[in-house]
Design a protein around this ligand. Structure first.
Ligand SMILES: [Zn+2]
Length: 71
């Protein structure tokens, strides 16, 4: 992996995130296909995606946010 990507991944991993949100479309040749940890759908992430954070798709994160808002 390119050094700049390696640094980008470290920066993301050091940020206190609950989820890493991914979309259903790939926009770059070196995007990586992953699975949403909630629904299992195929999602795409940049090559420097964090390895230590749950991957979640945009649809699942919307469900979570709505649940949180309704309380
Ligand atoms: Zn999902």
């Amino acid at each position: 992996m390119k050094e700049e990507y390696e640094q980008a991944r470290k920066d993301i991993e050091n940020f206190p995130l609950d989820f890493y949100i991914c979309g259903f479309k790939s926009y770059f040749d070196d995007d990586v296909k992953l699975k949403c940890s909630e629904c299992g759908k195929d999602v795409f992430a940049r090559i420097y995606y964090p390895r230590n954070i749950k991957i979640i798709c945009v649809e699942c994160v919307v469900i979570k946010v709505k649940k949180g808002v309704k309380k």
